[in-house]
Design a protein. Structure first.
Lengths: 201, 201
DNA sequence: TCTTTTCTTGAACATCGTTCAAGATAGAGC
DNA sequence: GCTCTATCTTGAACGATGTTCAAGAAAAGA
């Protein structure tokens, strides 16, 4: 059902994603309204539903961009570390920094709740998997005891754990924590998870 | 602004929380509608706004119940462990089991996004803090090198990390993972985080 | 019993996502 | 150029939603 993306940088689809990205970055996911975003993109309300299935579909495209940017940051970061352990630490710092600098867009990636049963399309999942794969590399060096299958799973666990820490700390619903304490905590978490050689599993 | 809670088990407030809890448990947070919940509770639409400030306010009361039940489960669990390390492992298993058995209600606790700037009331934050405090105990035994302040922070980190793992694994948006693989991963995470004595921080 | 306060009601309002029939536009074939 | 067809565009309309509010009912106090 996903129509071919025309390469043009000035298609309606592109302008809509731009407008939605701005809106989410400024007002958060909840601040994204169909009427507002179509006005920003300079088209009628209904045109949105010709370009995309849904508002959720539009958000998915914004989120894909965000994931791509994080993946690019990971790419740079991976070149920074001397050994695998340092690479892992750099990746963690990169993640924290990215989340802090792109708060709204980053939360939108995880706040979007697809309706019951509807799962993300392949072109979206691919991006998430690419992120995990960047972790598998250094993790494999640090944990030669784990099978490829276990490595894949453990990389996701590590990602999810860091995600949970950053997310729950950023969310001011519960007691707010000074931002400069997040990075050390995440570093401790990652170090503990990667220094697992002495202890089994 | 929070009015006195009358003790009666059959007040309108109580019936509304009951109805909302059922609705969330069955349909998820997104399935909770003002008209539906007031019909279930047997009152008019407007009565909701006399009993509670808001729909969000109602959800907060449902979430408080959920947090109380998790705290009770933690209470039982803490009596189960021989030493501190085992206690911590039991707490982790308890958390995972609780989240799996109360999926919708548990996600509602973290899915509720208060409007910009509005933070949770004290009577709600107290419940979250109580949960963390149950972790601080065994963690203090395992990590005598940490100051009280660092302990409080590290307990939150641990909680948030486990939360992230369970949350991201349950969310079928990204690749789904068999449920029986979650518990071992969380166990490995907790073990790594508590066995930090040899490594610094 | 009268007065005052509190609770209850459901119609009304504003806003939202989404649909759709009608009009505009753009190619394709000749 | 002309015609037919397919696609894009439009904005009014629909149904659902959260919230408000004036009016009436019930309860509480004196």
């Amino acid at each position: 059902m996903e129509t071919q993306e025309k390469p043009g940088r000035d298609t309606l689809r592109h302008r809509l994603v731009d407008a939605a990205e701005r809106r989410i970055a400024e007002q958060g996911l909840a601040g994204l309204k169909a009427r507002q975003v179509t006005a920003d993109a300079g088209c009628a309300l209904g045109a949105l539903y010709n370009a995309f299935d849904d508002l959720d579909d539009l958000v998915l495209h914004v989120n894909a961009r965000t994931l791509d940017r994080l993946a690019a940051a990971f790419d740079d970061a991976r070149r920074g570390g001397e050994d695998a352990e340092e690479t892992m630490a750099v990746l963690a710092r990169t993640y924290v920094r990215f989340a802090l600098e792109n708060r709204m867009l980053w939360s939108a990636v995880f706040a979007l709740a697809l309706p019951e049963g509807r799962s993300a399309p392949d072109w979206y999942v691919v991006r998430y998997r690419a992120l995990i794969d960047q972790i598998v590399g250094p993790l494999a060096t640090l944990r030669p005891d784990l099978s490829p299958d276990q490595l894949q799973l453990r990389a996701r666990t590590l990602f999810a754990a860091v995600h949970g820490v950053v997310g729950l700390f950023l969310d001011a619903r519960f007691l707010a924590v000074p931002q400069d304490r997040i990075t050390p905590e995440v570093a401790a978490l990652v170090k503990a998870m990667t220094r697992g050689l002495s202890a089994a599993d």
